[in-house]
Design a binder for this molecule. Structure first.
Ligand SMILES: [Zn+2]
Length: 314
């Protein structure tokens, strides 16, 4: 919301304290709506944002890409001399395991100087900052040379096909922005170079390559191990994969970044943006559910393989 402090032609000085309190209340209500994805229903979240905008007299356009996949687009009109700035956030969150949280992940409690809840960082907090920046522009009647748009989308946590991608494919003319402010580009004082404040601008995205490794072998009883156990083969194959560093490749975007910013501090984030990386995210094996501990598993059936392929695509 810093940009508002420098907004030209502000008709009045904002009461930032009051605005902050309003924003905090909305963020608590927003966090309390469980938009875990899967299943990813965001209807109530979109209703909440729409009700706040309605109260301000800001028109809202609603879309639905699929049942429960609500999309919201609001607009503050400018003179039209430039293309819009889009404030974009996603309403869905990744699921939270409440047993591993100190506080209710959907409680929106304020404690220890922080607000607690799934989505407070990613990215309902940013969404509410967008919302109240948007509202403050309207209340202060700031003259705009371009439209400012606020868009809230579903489905980001599972790829965005029914969210931002769907909007781009089906309704691009409704928002066609020059700039987007979203969660991709962020500022940090220590993440890249210690003590140096760096704001990132997203110019590319690291790509994902999903690979499924299936080990074939021969079933048997655990008491009589043999040399064709598919688990053994899988473990050896994964060890080889992890044991050899991936071939190094120059990334011109990262090289330019380092030239401008300096030597990057060693952490998992900087490692991931400079190299191709491997994460083993799931391992499945065994006969039965839960798997029998004394059986060397047989190769997966065709039916199971099809189900696995679907899971990977999802
Ligand atoms: Zn996010």
């Amino acid at each position: 919301m810093v940009m508002l402090a420098h907004a030209p032609g502000s008709a009045q000085t904002a009461d930032w304290k009051a605005l902050e309190a309003e924003a905090l209340k909305t963020l608590q209500a927003y966090i309390r709506i469980d938009t875990s994805n899967p299943p990813g229903d965001v209807t109530k979240a979109a209703d909440l944002l729409a009700s706040v905008l309605d109260r301000e007299g800001i028109p809202v356009k609603r879309y639905e890409s699929a049942p429960g996949r609500s999309i919201l687009l609001a607009r503050l009109e400018g003179s039209g001399s430039a293309k819009p700035i889009l404030l974009l956030h996603h309403m869905d969150v990744v699921p939270a395991d409440a047993a591993r949280w100190k506080r209710d992940p959907f409680g929106g409690e304020i404690a220890d100087g922080a607000i607690w809840g799934r989505g407070s960082m990613d990215m309902k907090g940013i969404g509410v900052s967008h919302l109240y920046a948007f509202i403050a522009l309207k209340r202060q009647k700031v003259p705009l040379d371009r439209d400012i748009l606020l868009m809230a989308v579903p489905d980001e946590e599972v790829g965005g096909g029914a969210g931002a991608v769907w909007m781009r494919n089906n309704h691009y003319a409704d928002f066609e922005p020059e700039y987007i402010l979203d969660e991709g580009g962020f500022g940090s004082r220590d993440l890249f170079v210690p003590g140096k404040l760096v704001f990132g601008i997203s110019v590319a995205e690291k790509k994902i390559l999903w690979i499924k490794l299936t080990a074939e072998g021969v079933a048997g009883h655990g008491s009589q191990p043999h040399d064709r156990n598919p688990n053994d083969r899988l473990i050896k194959a994964l060890a080889r994969l992890l044991g050899e560093p991936l071939p190094a490749m120059p990334f011109s975007v990262v090289d330019t970044f380092k030239t401008r910013v300096g030597t990057l501090v060693e952490n998992k984030f900087n490692n991931a943006i400079q190299h191709s990386t491997i994460s083993i995210t799931s391992l499945r094996s065994g006969v039965g559910e839960p798997p029998k501990v004394n059986v060397i598993p047989s190769p997966p059936s065709r039916r199971h393989r099809l189900a696995d392929d679907r899971a990977i695509r999802d």
